[in-house]
Design a protein. Structure first.
Length: 466
């Protein structure tokens, strides 16, 4: 039987990063993955393929809507070849997942393909093409999450689908009904809207992306409505039924009226659930919380001292970079170091266009906590850079402590917000004040000038260009 210092179960951004860091720190490491390729949800059916389709559909939208204004004429009709679009996405996925094979090899990590299951706290059975058992002094569980659903919905994976199927459709839906106006629903809804689908979003709450700052929800909703999405907020879905090629969704709106939606596809995107099936946690009595997440302490250690858990399977934001931060932290803890994660500074991004990005506290959180703050906001449309690229929607909003001027939260919606938020993360990590950012030179013309201007507005209530 092979013995390891660390065994990692699951090879997503939690698992594979944990394995690399453990190996870098000199530990003999194994990784166990039940799927045929490494990389987990993120690389195979999450972050990477969704961004590939967002990029492809964005090019198409630009070609049909904006090229003419730029003075680019395309003779003949611009058409979507969905088969090629999905094939390109898959080749991006394949290149990315094979990059993980390379990294495992480079770091001399033993890869086991099969289902990892605890025999006891130091032995893991692996059921793949052959069944074997390995011994591990420590184990890191990184088994991630799966799409959640509603009790009355039967996902048939053909017409009533999750994000996994939405990433490989063979045709463009005529009418895509999206249940859940969160990150997945809006990103994938936008892909198909751009490709020509009618898209109806049905959201239970009174706003989309409900965990983000209200101002971002409002602005994105406005942009989506302008793009002719049918946005149905405060709707409670009652049933989802399929008859042949049709899906009928019944819901009740906030006035208590019955509403019916008829489409050819229904994407169920109401969140994800932690995944622990098959791990045989009962054998080692690892505790889970009421939401099925593995319980961990601040060191990401379970109630069994040599077993740790990271990523979507534990509490906190279900984000790839959060999983990876936890992965590094656990590896370093096992190696005897004392790492730390500042969860407040894990940014959240929605990769729609305009992109939405945030870090730190929302206005609602500051109000609830009774913290006095001041606000500086700057519209993207006032930037020369925005006019040049015709990306006029959105704004940057900075929330700073009313007394000390320390930045407490940054919320932005606009072109390239996903990349711009990094500046806010760095600033907040070093506990910068709004004035600090306002006095730093930002290259002109860039979208980042909106951050400087919002900082000026937060500091002295005056931006320069508005
Ligand atoms: P996962 O990536 O889910 O990996 C878990 C792995 O464990 C899987 O490969 C699974 O097969 C394996 N496994 C499970 N049980 C066992 C077992 N018993 N034995 C062996 N292997 C097992 N996050 C972002 O930050 N940015 C994004 O842009 C983004 N886009 C997304 C888009 C979509 C459509 C989806 C669905 C998710 C997206 N996410 C995004 C979320 C991101 O994918 C997850 O937060 C991230 O993958 C979590 O990483 P993880 O390592 O915890 O788990
Ligand atoms: P989500 O939590 O982002 O959104 C789910 C939405 O469904 C919420 O708005 C919620 O109010 C709504 N909802 C819940 N029950 C409902 C009901 N009965 N009827 C109507 N609406 C209902 O979840 P998701 O979009 O499924 O994504 C899952 C996870 O994957 C998220 O936690 C997210 O962090 C991660 N993810 C991240 C990215 C990214 O970082 N860009 C992209 C995709 C997914």
């Amino acid at each position: 039987m092979k013995s390891y210092d660390v065994a990692v179960i699951g090879s997503g951004p939690g698992g594979y990063v944990a394995a690399i860091r453990c190996a870098q720190l000199g530990m003999k490491t194994a990784i166990i993955e039940k799927y045929t390729t490494l990389g987990g949800t993120c690389l195979n059916v999450g972050c990477i393929p969704s961004k590939a389709l967002l990029d492809s559909s964005h090019h198409y939208e630009d070609a049909i809507k904006h090229f003419a204004e730029h003075g680019i004429e395309i003779p003949g009709e611009v058409k979507v070849n969905i088969e090629q679009m999905i094939a390109r996405k898959q080749s991006v996925v394949d290149q990315t997942t094979s990059g993980i094979d390379f990294l495992m090899n480079k770091n001399k990590i033993d890869v086991y393909q099969g289902l990892g299951s605890f025999r006891d706290a130091t032995h893991i059975d692996i059921t793949g093409t052959e069944t074997q058992t390995i011994e591990a002094k420590n184990t890191i569980i990184a088994t991630g999450s799966k799409p959640a659903s509603l009790p009355f919905i039967s996902i048939d994976k053909e017409r009533i689908i999750t994000s996994t199927e939405a990433l490989k459709l063979k045709e463009i839906p005529k009418h895509l009904i999206v249940i859940g106006g969160g990150v997945i629903g809006l990103e994938l809804g936008q892909v198909y809207k751009r490709l020509g689908s009618e898209v109806s979003v049905i959201e239970y709450m009174d706003r989309i992306i409900p965990t983000m700052d209200v101002s971002l929800s409002k602005e994105l909703n406005k942009v989506f409505k302008k793009a002719k999405f049918k946005m149905n907020l405060s709707h409670k879905v009652q049933s989802v039924e399929r008859t042949r090629d049709e899906v009928v969704v019944k819901a009740v709106n906030k006035k208590g009226e019955d509403v019916e939606f008829i489409g050819d596809y229904c994407l169920v995107s109401v969140g994800r659930r932690p995944y622990t099936d098959g791990l045989n946690l009962e054998a080692i009595a690892v505790k889970k919380d009421e939401r099925g997440r593995i319980e961990v302490n601040s060191q990401l250690q379970t109630n069994v001292s040599n077993i740790y858990a990271v990523g979507d399977v534990v509490k906190g934001a279900m984000l790839a970079h959060k999983a990876s931060e936890e992965a590094v932290m656990v590896a370093e803890i096992i190696a005897g170091q004392k790492p730390h994660i500042n969860y407040n500074l894990i940014p959240g991004v929605v990769y729609t266009w305009p992109e939405v990005a945030a870090v730190g506290k929302t206005e609602e959180q500051l109000k609830d906590a009774g913290i006095s703050y001041k606000t500086g906001q700057f519209p993207m449309r006032a930037l020369g850079r925005s006019r040049a690229s015709m990306d006029l929607d959105g704004f940057v909003k900075i929330l700073a402590d009313a007394t000390t001027d320390e930045i407490l939260g940054v919320h932005m919606i606009g072109a390239r917000a996903a990349d711009m938020i990094a500046e806010a993360v760095v600033a907040m990590e070093y506990r910068a004040s709004a004035e600090d950012i306002s006095r730093m030179s930002h290259a002109h013309p860039t979208f980042t000038e909106a951050l400087k201007e919002a900082a000026l507005a937060a500091t002295d209530n005056i931006a320069l260009h508005i």
